[in-house]
Design a protein around this ligand. Structure first.
Ligand SMILES: Nc1ncnc2c1ncn2[C@@H]1O[C@H](COP(=O)(O)OP(=O)(O)OP(=O)(O)O)[C@@H](O)[C@H]1O
Ligand SMILES: [Mg+2]
Length: 339
């Protein structure tokens, strides 16, 4: 069998899989550059420097809102991680399947293809699949069935809401509210309530440790460092879940509204299936405690929270590449006219 690889490039994380063994490499989608040319680090190593680097070191996230904004840097990260996945070997002539954002332009989708095609990876073939279709395969949705399913992937910059049927997309809606907006809202809440400034990484830790979107969250608190707004001096501070939970719930309201709007637009036959099957909740931000309960309370739908939601897309991509049964959901960009 030839060597097969899957790729899912997100705003926060980039994931590569070696389909032949099922091995997955997930790293932060970041590169650090010193004095505008020297690469200091890739992936998780580079992320270590985020919020700590001096001015001559740039910490670059080459994907913004789910689309590639810096193709050269993205290529460097991808080549590095590909080599890492192959334990330092530069394996050429392999087959690739790339997940592309569902609700974007043809040009933006093509950028993902070109990224790999023009890289040192020197692929033999490149096919692509829409992220929501890969997610639906991960969820076990039958791609030959005309039944409708709604897939909600809450990532870092974007939330993707898609209705899929017969392995294709019937409706999709991407909104720019996800994990990063939640972190920003937490920073603002701490600024207002405590007059202290905290960083993105601290805000994310508060989110990981304190958030509970259930009806009766128990009190939790976390100690961390911040800076007093007035003086700039560092202080240790304690933040409670009572401050964080309402802010997070408010920030994700537009996501719930977008799900409702998508349901309203769904053709009635497919909507009936969705009521029967429930929605599928995926993406890293689906890890927030009791998010399924919140979505259920707000939409009335049953919510299927999938295991390991942060790796849903790459696991779907890997599954599609593993079996010819899924050939119909992937395509070779030269042959396909995008929407
Ligand atoms: N345990 C957790 N609790 C809350 N949020 C989490 C948890 N684990 C990860 N996240 C959030 O998930 C987000 C990353 O998710 P994911 O990897 O699916 O995004 P992405 O694919 O890189 O981005 P996008 O899909 O927007 O391009 C981050 O915002 C992160 O804070
Ligand atoms: Mg994603």
């Amino acid at each position: 069998m030839s060597d097969k690889y899957g790729i899912d490039i997100g705003t926060c994380n980039v994931r590569l899989s070696y389909v032949n063994t099922g091995e997955i490499l997930t790293e932060k989608n970041v590169i650090t550059i010193k004095d505008r040319k020297l690469v200091l680090g890739y992936g998780d190593d580079a992320y270590e420097m985020f919020e700590k680097a001096p001015e001559n070191i740039e910490v670059i996230f080459p994907v913004v809102d789910g689309v590639i904004s810096d193709i050269d840097k993205m290529q460097l990260i991808l080549e590095h991680l590909y080599k890492k996945l192959n334990y330092g070997k530069n394996v050429r002539g392999s087959d690739f399947l790339i997940a592309v954002p569902t609700d974007t332009t043809e040009v933006e989708k093509r950028a993902f293809h070109e990224l790999v095609a023009n890289s040192k990876i020197k692929p033999r073939s490149i096919s692509v699949v829409e992220k929501s279709v890969a997610d639906s395969v991960y969820c076990g949705v039958d791609i030959e069935s005309p039944r409708g399913n709604i897939i909600v992937n809450i990532g870092a910059d974007t939330t993707d809401i898609s209705v899929v049927s017969l392995g294709g997309i019937v409706l999709c809606n991407t909104i720019k509210v996800a994990g990063n907006k939640i972190n920003e809202a937490i920073i603002n809440a701490v600024k207002q309530a405590e007059a202290k400034l905290i960083g993105m990484k601290s805000a994310e830790q508060l989110k990981f440790n304190l958030v509970d979107l259930g009806l009766r969250p128990v009190h939790k608190e976390m100690k961390l460092f911040g800076r007093v707004l007035a003086t700039g001096l560092p202080v240790r501070t304690t933040i409670g879940s009572e401050l964080i939970n309402p802010v997070v719930a408010e920030t994700i309201e537009p996501i719930i509204d977008a799900v409702k709007r998508t349901l309203e637009k769904t053709p009635p036959e497919l909507a009936a299936d969705i009521v029967d099957n429930g929605m599928y909740l995926l993406g890293g931000s689906a890890n927030m405690k009791n998010i399924d309960s919140l979505f259920n309370r707000e939409t009335g739908l049953k919510v299927n929270l999938m295991p390991d939601p942060i790796n849903s897309t790459i696991k779907g991509v890997t599954k599609i590449m593993s079996s010819s049964k899924y050939d119909s959901v992937r395509y070779f960009p030269q042959e396909k006219v995008y929407n």
